[in-house]
Write a protein that binds this ligand. Structure first.
Ligand code: GTP
Ligand code: MG
Length: 295
């Protein structure tokens, strides 16, 4: 049998569970997950390799109306990922049902040139009635392939994989078998810091933070990686909150991120964090480029 491969895009509202699903499918954390909307900023590629086939999943920012240059970049990233894939996986929150934002996405999906599969996610916390209602709305809107999953619990994912095999075509193994993402380690590590900061700061500091990984260097003994990163924020008051009393918040962010980084990198990590104010950075192309959001 010839080798098979193919690409799938994950599309859906902010917070619906796209990144959780991609991590579950590839079996490793490559895309950060928080309970705040619009967590994912870049397109993250996840790779699932088996002896007979390879599936490449494209995680995307949740679709919304852009408010600044970073937002525009995020929306373009999401729209670009609709082209040239075997199928689109459209995630809908089973508990919330089909909302206004879902309908806007559905309008755009009408233009898609490939099959669209609907994944009703969060079925672990939705009632059967809620899921049934969502499914009915989706069928009425013309979708016929609808599957219930829980990305969080892993429910329905092996069935999903089996189903997706049917969409693969004869093709090469694009990535080596041990590679689960095309993201460089330094970008994933910067994202891990951003995840912890978003988690720990809750709503005290709005979304406007960015993290740049300035340097990562393995010591000659091969045991410890020295990492230097900067958290960018937009206001003086935010800087104070991120640092915290006597540096306590920055310490908490650092030690939580360090644990994830050590697990990813497989060595001990010495993480040094700084906080800098960059006024309105989400509208400055040069800063966006620096952080890896290339225009
Ligand atoms: N109960 C439950 N929670 C889930 C499930 N999938 C995701 N979540 C939670 O939903 C929240 C958002 O998940 P993400 O994976 O970050 O969502 P996303 O679609 O990538 O969000 P953006 O990147 O902001 O567009 C997190 O708190 C997840 O733990 C699920 O199947 N069940
Ligand atoms: Mg995400």
């Amino acid at each position: 049998m010839a080798y098979k491969s193919g690409f799938f895009s994950l599309i859906g509202c902010p917070n619906v569970g796209k990144s959780t699903l991609i991590n579950a499918l590839v079996g490793q954390k490559i895309s950060i997950v928080t309970d705040r909307a619009q967590t994912t900023r870049n397109r993250i590629t996840g790779v699932l390799t088996r002896d007979e086939y390879q599936m490449i999943f494209l995680d995307t920012p949740g679709m919304t109306t852009p408010k600044n240059k970073l937002g525009e970049y995020m929306q373009k990233t999401a729209a670009d990922s609709l082209a040239d894939v075997e199928a689109i996986l459209f995630l809908v929150d089973a508990r919330k049902g089909v909302g206004e934002r879902d309908r806007q996405i559905m309008e755009r999906l009408k233009l898609a040139k490939c099959p669209v599969l609907v994944l009703l996610n969060k079925c672990d916390i939705a009632t059967k009635l809620q899921a049934d209602e969502a499914e009915e709305d989706l069928r009425a809107a013309g979708f016929s392939e609808i599957h219930r999953i829980s990305a969080f619990k892993g429910t329905g994912l092996s069935e999903l994989e089996a189903l997706l095999v049917g969409y693969l075509t004869e093709g090469p193994q694009y990535f080596p078998p041990d590679m689960v993402t095309d993201q460089p380690e330094r970008l994933i590590c910067a994202e891990m810091i951003r995840e912890k900061a978003l988690e720990l700061l809750k709503d005290e500091v709005p979304h406007g933070i960015g993290v740049s990984m300035d340097k990562m260097q393995l010591r000659p003994d091969g045991q410890i990686m020295d990492c230097y990163a900067t958290i960018l924020c937009e206001r003086d008051s935010h800087k104070g909150i991120i640092i915290g009393r006597g540096g306590s918040m920055l310490k908490r962010i650092g030690s939580a991120a360090r644990a994830d980084m050590e697990w990813l990198l497989g060595v001990r990590v010495n993480l040094q964090l700084w906080v800098k104010i960059k006024d309105d950075w989400r509208n400055r192309q040069s800063v966006l480029n620096e952080l890896g959001y290339e225009g």
